[in-house]
Design a protein around this ligand. Structure first.
Ligand code: TPP
Ligand code: MG
Length: 558
């Protein structure tokens, strides 16, 4: 370290971010970030996106990472700023989204402040990130920043953290940014591919399950080619939704309920499951059986970048490990489709599901019936439109019933499953894809957890529609409460006047008055620039009956 000559550490830090291709820093700076902020002000490549809460910044950075595969960067101060990052860190790490969090800190060499606001932020971030590091010397900035990006982006992507203390940010150094290396994921071994293909060729009714890890560039294309060549039907988990266009005739549905749905019955009819990109963060939508337990279960083939984390509910028989797109391509090249395969039974379950959904979706009652709402949103959105779901009971209705046509057009979080991400993830989506229609779909509970970001959305001039499903309660928990036989207690509240609330932010607010009015409003809002909020009263009275009882009974009766 030399104070004379060289360049200021915070300037070098920004240069390192530029070298990585960083476009935005989302965040709420504190006084411990002021060197960094000053250096950022001179960058011509990186824009500061100021938010109203660090959690909003973190959700936005993570969503930027989810869409682009490039690390989203966010900034907060020490102590309370850093603790506000915790949920977003967990969201990115569990959800597989590359993100770098930068936090400030008081000087680490000399400090006059005692322990004011000081927490061991690096230790706090340890369990919820892939890498957490305190910068102790300006000379190390290039290698530490490179490392943070490398680890954030490497499979499985997730959050990393660098703490940049004030005195280090103010040091001078002659270090220079490191370039990104050219790196490729290793390909699956041909023998493992052969084993998997042999098992598939010998099966009577194989099926593909597409999970979180398959949601990567190129994987969807290869999977589609595999399905086209073999005719093997597929279903997805919630985080695998949209990897293949769900209008495909071999689509069997999305596993959004835990069990007993039509797609679960289809899997039960299979004797060989190819589980593509399974991440234990999502419960597998099938039950494995050990030998001796009610006969042999299906053969399970795990295709992923990493070997399967063994779990009481997951212990596959064959593993094909390597780049998923390449592994599927190799399997497609090798496989000879078998004339003995039978898919009719599985496809019949899907037809029954579609019939059941169509009958519900036709219900134009007011307050709006969730399956009808899903259908209307689908009709209003173009194929490449993006819906960003917060967490609530409607997530199940959308995961099951909304036909995704493209990858990453249904953003939902079935990993941390945090409330509050709907609005920020829609904002980041609108920034990454300014030419596409973007809608946040939130419960009244989840929306209020980060509703302050309405100001950010208006200030940034984003084009988004926020659809609020209003039931004056934490509906998801009420649904579970009913299902568990408890009395209806402790989960209702009042809401602000959402129309006035939107207007107070300079956005446009509307209240749905009928099913026909909802249709009109969706069209109007999606066609007009700016931030629109639609307050939509919903009728959740049949959630328990349909999701917990009818679906199970109907699918079982087939
Ligand atoms: C941050 C956070 N707190 C609590 C929960 C537990 N939780 C899951 S859904 C839910 C209720 C959601 O209510 P709302 O957003 O109004 O959606 P609704 O189910 O009513 O449609 C709660 C409290 C959570 N997932 N995340
Ligand atoms: Mg609610």
């Amino acid at each position: 370290m030399a104070d004379s000559g060289g360049k200021k550490a915070s300037d070098l830090f920004i240069e390192c971010l530029e070298e990585e291709g960083c476009e935005y820093v989302f965040g709420v700076p504190g006084e411990e970030n002021l060197d960094f902020l000053d250096s950022l002000s001179r960058s011509t490549k990186i824009k500061l996106i100021l938010t109203r809460h660090e959690q909003g910044a973190g959700f936005m950075a993570a969503t930027y990472g989810r869409h682009t595969g490039k690390t989203g960067v966010c900034l907060a101060t020490l102590g309370p700023g850093a603790t506000n990052f915790v949920t977003a860190a967990a969201y990115a790490t569990l959800g597989g989204m590359p993100m770098l969090m930068i936090t400030g800190q008081k000087p680490i060499k000399k400090s006059k402040q005692g322990r004011f606001q000081i927490l061991d932020v690096v230790a706090m971030m340890g369990p919820i990130t892939k890498y957490a590091h305190q910068m102790a010397s300006a000379d190390n900035i290039p290698s530490r920043v490179r490392e943070a990006f490398r680890l954030a982006e490497e499979e499985k992507p997730g959050a990393t953290h660098i703490e940049l203390p004030e005195d280090i940010a103010d040091e001078h150094t002659h270090a220079v940014p490191l370039k990104r290396s050219l790196v490729r994921r290793p390909n699956a071994d041909a023998k493992s591919v052969r084993q998997a293909v042999k098992a598939l060729e010998a099966a009577k009714a194989p099926v593909l399950v597409i999970g979180a890890g398959a949601n990567r560039t190129m994987t969807g294309r290869m999977l589609l080619q595999f399905v086209e060549k073999t005719g093997i039907p597929f279903l997805t988990t919630q985080l695998g939704k949209g990897v293949i266009d769900e209008r495909h005739p071999r689509f069997l549905g999305c596993a959004a309920l835990s069990a007993g749905d039509f797609c679960h019955r289809a899997i039960e009819a299979s004797d060989c499951i190819v589980n593509v990109g399974h991440d234990v963060i999502e419960k597998p939508p099938f039950f494995m059986r050990n030998e001796g337990e009610e006969g042999p279960g299906p053969t399970v083939i795990h295709v992923s970048t990493k070997s399967a984390e063994v779990d009481p509910v997951y212990f596959p028989h064959v593993e094909v490990i390597g780049d998923i797109a390449n592994a599927i391509w190799q399997m497609k090249e090798d496989i000879v489709p078998s004339g003995a395969w039978k898919f009719e039974g599985m496809l019949a379950y899907r037809r029954a599901e579609l019939e059941h959904t169509a009958s519900l979706a036709a219900d134009e009652r007011f307050p709006i019936f969730p399956p009808h709402l899903v259908e209307q949103v689908r009709e209003a959105m173009p194929d490449d439109g993006i819906i960003c779901l917060d967490n609530g009971v409607y997530k199940i209705w959308f995961a099951r019933g909304y036909t995704a046509c493209r990858s990453n057009t249904v953003l939902l979080d079935n990993a941390l499953a945090s409330m509050g991400a709907g609005l920020p993830s829609a904002m980041a989506s609108a920034m990454v894809y300014p030419g596409r229609k973007v809608m946040a779909i939130c419960g009244d509970g989840g929306f209020m957890m980060n509703s302050q970001e309405m100001e950010t959305a208006v200030r940034l001039g984003l084009n988004i529609t926020v659809l609020i499903l209003n039931d004056n309660s934490y509906g998801m928990i009420r649904w579970k409460q009913a299902n568990m036989g408890f009395k209806d207690w402790g989960l209702t509240y009042n809401n602000p006047d959402f129309v006035k609330y939107a207007e107070a932010y300079g956005a446009n607010g509307y209240r749905v008055e009928s099913a026909a009015h909802l249709r009109e409003l969706l069209k109007q809002c999606l066609d007009a620039p700016g931030v629109h909020l639609i307050d939509c009263p919903v009728d959740y009275s049949e959630n328990d009956q349909i999701l917990n009882k009818d679906i199970k009974a109907l699918s079982k009766a087939l």
